[in-house]
Design a protein around this ligand. Structure first.
Ligand code: FAD
Length: 447
């Protein structure tokens, strides 16, 4: 049976999840990525996969058990310190009030492990590395709307659907909107300290098994333990976009840059917080970008975006990969239904009907991404607060109170329902007796 020709640009979590979903549902596709192979680049820190989002996508991909085998539930805990070392929250040891229950069920997984799991699940030949996309162009000739993919060294032609899963600086996005990512106001460095247990065991214990935040006035050290024994720390703060070139730090020397960065911005932070960056093996500047909240575009047949390409967010609510994999799930399931109910039934209608699943996906995604975007913006302002970490704790306490009130309301509603059902049952009993009586009378007359 014929199939539409589908090309996915980008082998990140979004593109790989979509490719897997399409393949297990009998829809062939190709996925192209600019990297030379899966290990070409350090994949960065680990990701927490949420139950209702990324985990649901992995279930649908048939990879849930593989995910459980590598998921680190112990990594779900959070610590918050003040710059002077005062501890405000330690979920591992039970100090302070835990975050709301909505934070449960979010085990950590290393990015490389997540990617490996998805890549290994694809049919051989699906994923084509070494394909850096320069442009998507409308195919010349032919009767239906098709697209050609222009890569650095080659051209692949005749795609009915091109899905841009090519991240923050998506090239596919250029065909749908002029909007480019905007600077979020947060800048700083990304520092990786390898084998922390061998370097400084006390520092390793300070970080704990999950996330460890040191929150000063608009200035932070955000650390996270990875499954491979490294700790990734982000020295982030509110800075101008051009900070990297105007700050006067000599980035050419790794050791000097670390010292200059810490001396310049971390006055009042204790040695533990500073050492998470000073002892790092690698460090690089990293400005944070985002697409504007509520960004959307008019649908165009045969083209769509998923993941960061569609709705780049800063990482402060920890939802980016979850929204990305939810996009893949939503689009994948809609394409599956369309293929079965429309394409397979009357292929002569052609691929023009692909507008149905793709535009339906976009409408659903726009609303979801906007909600996640707002949550992310709220957390950005809690991470970078002039009063340091305390407003974040106040936020958690408020959210927990709302959860308690919600739970109390549910109990009250259920109790009300129970009482109503009991009252109804008691009212119904005499009726039953009457019915029995009438039946007895009729029986008596009949007799
Ligand atoms: C510092 C940091 C920490 C984060 N922490 C979290 C977290 O804890 N939890 C969470 O949920 N999210 C987190 N995120 C966000 C998360 O990483 C992203 O939302 C997620 O990776 C998006 O997946 P994606 O597949 O859409 O894009 P990406 O992961 O960016 O993948 C895009 C792919 O496209 C390829 N590509 C790009 N351009 C081209 C081209 N021209 N041609 C061909 N291929 C191309 C790239 O090589 C890449 O493989 C974090 C992000 C950052 C920056």
């Amino acid at each position: 049976m014929s199939s539409p020709r589908i090309g996915i640009i980008g082998a990140g979590p979004a593109g790989l999840t979509l490719a897997r979903l399409l393949q297990i549902n009998g829809i062939p596709c190709f996925i192209f990525d600019l990297e030379q192979d899966r290990y070409a680049r350090d994949q960065g820190g680990c990701l927490d996969l949420h139950e209702g989002a990324a985990q649901r996508a992995l279930r649908e991909c048939g990879l849930y058990d593989q995910f459980l085998a590598v998921a680190r539930t112990e990594g779900e805990v959070l610590k918050i310190y003040e710059p002077n070392g005062t501890i405000l929250l330690d979920e591992g040891s039970g100090y302070g009030e835990r975050r709301p229950d909505s934070f449960n069920g979010r085990p950590e997984v290393d990015r490389q492990q997540l990617k490996d799991m998805l890549i290994d699940s694809l049919a051989p030949g699906t994923l084509k590395y070494g394909h850096k996309l320069f442009a998507v162009k409308t195919s010349v000739g032919g009767t239906s709307q098709k697209y050609d993919l222009h890569f650095e060294h080659s051209v692949e032609i005749g795609f009915d659907l091109v899905v841009g899963a090519d991240g923050a600086w998506s090239k596919v996005r250029h065909l749908l909107t002029d909007q480019r990512p905007v600077y979020s106001g947060i800048n700083g460095v990304d520092a990786k300290l390898c084998s922390i247990d061998n370097v400084d065991l006390a520092l390793s214990r300070r970080v704990g098994q999950g996330m460890c935040l040191t929150l000063g006035s608009n200035t932070t050290v955000l650390s996270q333990r990875n499954g491979d024994g490294c700790v990734r720390s982000y020295g982030f703060m509110r800075l101008p976009e051009d900070w990297q070139t105007t700050c006067g730090i000599d980035w050419s020397s790794h050791e000097t840059a670390k010292k200059e960065f810490i001396e310049k911005y971390y006055d009042g932070f204790n040695d533990d917080a500073k050492n998470l960056i000073l002892l790092a093996d690698e460090m690089a500047p990293r400005p944070m970008y985002m697409l504007p909240l509520g960004h959307r575009w008019a649908h165009r047949q045969g083209l769509t975006l998923i993941g960061d390409a569609a709705h780049l967010m800063t990482p402060f609510a920890g939802v980016g990969v979850n929204v990305a994999m939810e996009d893949a799930l939503s689009l994948g399931l809609k394409l599956k239904q369309w293929k079965r109910e429309v394409w397979d039934q009357s292929p002569e209608q052609g691929v023009s009907t692909i507008i149905q699943p793709t535009s339906a996906y976009e409408q659903e995604m726009f609303a979801r991404a906007e909600a996640y975007g707002k949550e992310t913006w709220m957390y950005l302002n809690l991470f970078f607060h002039e009063k340091g970490g305390r407003p974040m704790l106040e936020h958690f306490a408020k959210a927990k109170e709302q959860e308690r009130e919600q739970a109390q309301k549910q109990v009250e509603e259920q109790t009300k329902k129970l009482v109503k059902t009991e009252a109804l049952t008691q009212e119904e009993e005499p009726c039953l007796t009457q019915v029995t009586l009438v039946e007895s009378k009729e029986e008596a007359i009949a007799q």
